[in-house]
Design a binder for this molecule. Structure first.
Ligand SMILES: Nc1ncnc2c1ncn2[C@@H]1O[C@H](COP(=O)(O)OP(=O)(O)OP(=O)(O)O)[C@@H](O)[C@H]1O
Ligand SMILES: [Mg+2]
Length: 397
C-alpha cells in the first residue's frame, strides 16, 4: 500500500508546488486550478486509504488550499498576490509550510499507555519469551544486567500477524509508555524535514523516560522506509538513516540509566542493511499463525458471534492455512456481515422499516466456507519463502 500512497502523495505534491509557484507570480487562474488538483489527489488518497495515519495532515492541507482558493477568487483583480501572503500559501510558503509541517509531526507522535495484554496475543510463544528477556526483565530489575541488554529489537514478518500488538502488549506489561510512529509517514514531505523528525522522536522518548522515571517503548513501523528506495535517491534518505543510526547508538550506550527501547517492525527485512541490523541485536520472526493458533483465533472471534452448532473452530483452522491473524478476524467479520446483510435485505423486501418482523439468523459453517473460498490469504507462499531465507541468514533470538 505504501507505494501507492507515495505515488499519489507525489502527484498532490507536484500540483501544490506548481500552484504555490504560480500564486507567487500572480497567475491566479492556473494557481487555483492546481490547488484544486492537489486537493483532489489528497482527497482520493484519504478515500483509498482510510486508515492512513497521515490523513489528518492531508485534510489540513486541503483546507489550507481551499482557503487560498477562496481568497484568490474573492480578491479584486489588482491585488498583488504578495499582499495576501500573511496567512496563506503565497510566496512566504517556504517558511509557513515548515511551521505547519513540524506541528503536524508533533501531533502525530502519540504517547499512550496501552491496555493490550500478553494473553490477548495468540500463539507466538518464542517471540513473547524473547521480548520478556530483552525488555520486561531488564525493566523490572536493571541491576541484574551488569553487561547491559539489547535496546533494539527488530520484529519482521508478513502483515497482520501481531507485530504492533506485541509491541503494545510489551509496553503494557511493564506499565511503560508506548510511542508508535510510522516511518513511512515520517519520510513524507508533508511532515517536513525527516532528519529532524527522527531526532525529535528520540529526544521525546528519552525525555519522557527520564522525566517520569518510567520505561518507554518506541515502535517504529515500516522501518525499511527510513532507508528509502533508490528510485528517488537525493541524498536526503542517507542523512535520515544516519541520523537514525546515531540516535540508536545514543540509546545503546546509555547503560542501565535509560529505560528506552526501540522496536522496529518491517514486512521487508531484506531492505535493511548491515549497519542497521547491527543496532538491532535481537531480530525476531513473527510468522503466520500455526494450526493451533488459528484454532484459538477462531475461538476468540467466534465467541462474539451468533452461530449454530455446525460452526467449528478446528475445521476452520484447517481450512485457513496461510491466512494471517488479521485475515482470520476479517473472515469472521465478513461472515457476520453477510448475515446482517441478509437481515436488512429481508426487512426491506417485506417493507419492515422498524425491523420488528425479521430475525437475525445464526452464522453457519457454510457462510464461512463461502467466504474462505472467495478469499486468498493476504500473504503468498513466495513471500513466506523469502522470510524463511532471511530468517536462516539473519535472525537473532
Ligand atoms: N497473534 C495475534 N493474536 C491475536 N490477534 C492478532 C494477532 N495478530 C494479529 N491479530 C489481530 O490482527 C490485527 C492486526 O495485527 P497487527 O497490527 O499487530 O499486525 P502487524 O503484524 O503489526 O501488521 P503490519 O505488518 O500490517 O503492521 C490486530 O489488531 C489483532 O486484531
Ligand atoms: Mg503493524
Amino acid at each position: 500500500m505504501s507505494e501507492a500512497v507515495q505515488e499519489l502523495e507525489s502527484v498532490a505534491g507536484k500540483y501544490a508546488a506548481e500552484a504555490i509557484k504560480q500564486d507567487g507570480q500572480g497567475a491566479r487562474g492556473i494557481a487555483i486550478t492546481n490547488y484544486q488538483r492537489a486537493i483532489e489527489a489528497l482527497i482520493r488518497l484519504i478515500h483509498l486509504f482510510p486508515e492512513n495515519t497521515l490523513n489528518a495532515v492531508y485534510q489540513q492541507h486541503c483546507e489550507q488550499y481551499q482557503k487560498r482558493i477562496s481568497e484568490l477568487q474573492n480578491s479584486s483583480d489588482n491585488t498583488s498576490p504578495n499582499e495576501n501572503n500573511g496567512n496563506n500559501n503565497g510566496s512566504s510558503q517556504g517558511n509557513s509550510n515548515q511551521t505547519v509541517s513540524n506541528n503536524n509531526f508533533d501531533n502525530m507522535i502519540i504517547k499512550e499507555k496501552p491496555n493490550v495484554s500478553w494473553r490477548e496475543v495468540i500463539g507466538l510463544e518464542d517471540v513473547k519469551t524473547a521480548l520478556r528477556e530483552s525488555i520486561v526483565y531488564p525493566a523490572r530489575k536493571p541491576e541484574l544486567f551488569t553487561l547491559g541488554w539489547p535496546r533494539g529489537i527488530l520484529l519482521y514478518g508478513p502483515p497482520g500477524c501481531g507485530k504492533t500488538m506485541l509491541a503494545a502488549a510489551t509496553a503494557s506489561e511493564i506499565a511503560g509508555y508506548f510511542i508508535n510512529v510510522d516511518a513511512a509517514s515520517m519520510m513524507s514531505k508533508w511532515l517536513g524535514d525527516a532528519e529532524k523528525n527522527v531526532s525529535k522522536l528520540f529526544h521525546m522518548a528519552r525525555d519522557t523516560s527520564k522525566r517520569e522515571n518510567t520505561s518507554v517503548i518506541m515502535l517504529i513501523d515500516e522501518v525499511d522506509s527510513l532507508l528509502g528506495n533508490s528510485q528517488n535517491e537525493n541524498g536526503g534518505e542517507i542523512r535520515v538513516k544516519n541520523q537514525f543510526l546515531t540516535e540508536m547508538d545514543g540509546i545503546n550506550d546509555k547503560g542501565k540509566n535509560l529505560q528506552t527501547y526501540v522496536i522496529a517492525a518491517t514486512n521487508k527485512p531484506w531492505k535493511l542493511d548491515w549497519a542497521f541490523l547491527r543496532r538491532f541485536s535481537k531480530r525476531v520472526y513473527i510468522p503466520l499463525p500455526s494450526l493451533e493458533a488459528r484454532e484459538n483465533l477462531f475461538s476468540l472471534y467466534l465467541a462474539k458471534l451468533k452461530k449454530d452448532s455446525s460452526v467449528n473452530s478446528v475445521e476452520l483452522a484447517q481450512l485457513t492455512e496461510g491466512h494471517s491473524a488479521s485475515d482470520i478476524r476479517d473472515i469472521c467479520q465478513s461472515a457476520q456481515l453477510s448475515v446482517i446483510d441478509e437481515y436488512f435485505s429481508m426487512a426491506d423486501s417485506k417493507g419492515d422499516k422498524d425491523l420488528t418482523h425479521v430475525k437475525l439468523r445464526d452464522c453457519t459453517m457454510d457462510d464461512f466456507k463461502k467466504i474462505i473460498k472467495k478469499r486468498k490469504p493476504s500473504v503468498n507462499q513466495g513471500m513466506i519463502q523469502e522470510y524463511t531465507n532471511w530468517t536462516r541468514d539473519f535472525s537473532a533470538l
